[in-house]
Design a protein around this ligand. Structure first.
Ligand code: GLA
Length: 387
């Protein structure tokens, strides 16, 4: 929908009004490498996509915030003079969570009507939820002049998801949604929050996203379980060495200390985090040198580690990756995001993209019975005002 259509839909839902209508946007993201490292104080390398969530907003001069979306029929509202309650698995828990965080920081929210419109495939692991949170935080900050910078809004959005929605996510998705820049990936140190925008020099290559279209079932609880296993591994290592995060260790240090982790599963989880962190640094170095081949090999190794050590891939993601790697012109292919379904990301030579989509789609269907969707990624900007 374009801005005019969004405004018309807004008015058809909420009626005409004297206050001005504003439109904001925050994108989804795809992570190129550095998976399940963010909550371990490690490095990530995501980029913002050109698709995301639009938010149309108008003050309503009532003590309530009303929610609607063009994506589902489900509408909601919260009263500003009452505590905000989480409502089952409703989509508007994400924006209500953000309002809750802002209110906890004694930021005075006034009544507004909100219409969300997302063009990110739902539940695909491309951070539709982070884009809803970020667009809400960004818009509220602008409209009510809270004076917060982007990084503060990123933290508010992450806290909303941790505290209100109940998913213990790291900072990567909200960060990518807020900070993205077209044709750049974001190299973020999740411990210090230092970051750099790195130009994506992919001459003659494209980033292709493939959606497994697998329902992600228990993804949130499995995600929280992985996180708890990493924390437990940190506790074990602390018996001999003071560390804050798993990412404080390099591979040699880990190998010397790994006997302290008695649980074999936790040991493998920790090994993934540490090797992935090393791979992420190597990948960025390769990219800076224009060595895309090495970058692709590191992507492949990342997937294999997520499959064998972290165990977050599953048949559908593994099939997409296996078939992708068989196509000539595929430089690298891996799952992206939390896993357990969702998407893969591949770097493919431009003149092979059509073949890639056809071949991988066909073989994936044969092997899983599911139809994959493919997107040639356009790398876009972070949160912004549209009008
Ligand atoms: C999800 C989380 C992120 C990150 C990734 C895995 O997308 O929201 O914080 O942990 O999984 O890298």
């Amino acid at each position: 929908m374009n801005s005019k259509e969004l405004k018309e839909t807004f008015i058809s839902l909420y009626g005409e009004g004297k206050n001005e209508i504003h439109i904001f946007f925050s994108p989804g993201r795809v992570n190129l490498i550095g998976e399940h490292t963010d909550y371990n104080g490690g490095y990530v390398f995501p980029c913002a996509l050109s698709f995301g969530t639009y938010l149309v907003l108008r003050r309503n001069d009532r003590r309530m915030v009303r929610f609607a979306t063009t994506n589902f029929d489900h509408r909601g509202e919260v009263k500003l003079d009452e505590p905000f309650e989480k409502e089952g698995k409703s989509w508007f828990n994400y924006p209500v969570g953000v309002l809750n965080e802002l209110r906890n920081k004694s930021k005075e929210i006034e009544g507004v009507d909100l219409l969300y419109s997302g063009d990110i495939p739902n539940g695909a692991g491309l951070s539709s939820s982070a884009s809803i949170e970020m667009v809400t935080a960004f818009a509220m900050n602008e409209i009510f002049a809270f004076g917060k910078d982007r990084m503060e809004l990123v933290k508010i959005s992450q806290s909303a998801e941790n505290n209100f929605v109940g998913v213990n996510c790291g900072i990567m998705d909200q960060f990518a949604s807020a900070m993205g820049a077209s044709d750049h990936a974001l190299f973020l140190n999740c411990d210090t929050l230092d970051y750099e925008r790195v130009p994506l020099k992919l001459d003659g290559m494209k980033i292709v996203i493939a959606n497994t279209n697998k329902r992600r079932g228990l993804a949130d609880s499995k995600y929280n379980e992985r996180r708890a296993q990493c924390e437990s591994a940190v506790e074990s290592i602390r018996k001999e060495k003071k560390i804050k995060h798993l990412s404080d260790l390099n591979l040699d240090e880990f190998n010397a200390l790994s006997h302290l982790i008695s649980d074999e599963t936790e040991k493998r989880r920790a090994r993934h985090v540490i090797t992935e962190n090393t791979r992420t640094l190597a990948a960025i170095e390769a990219l800076n040198k224009g060595d895309i081949i090495s970058f692709g090999q590191l992507m492949n190794q990342s997937h294999d580690s997520l499959r064998d050590d972290y165990e977050v891939t599953g048949k559908e993601l593994d099939t997409l990756v296996e078939e992708a790697r068989k196509v000539e012109g595929t430089i690298g292919s891996r799952m992206t995001g939390a896993g357990f379904g969702g998407c893969t990301v591949s770097i493919v030579e431009e003149d092979q993209v059509e073949t890639f989509i056809r071949e991988v789609g066909l073989r994936y269907k044969e092997r899983t019975g599911l139809s994959a969707d493919f997107y040639v990624a356009e790398i876009g900007d972070g949160s912004k005002r549209i009008n």
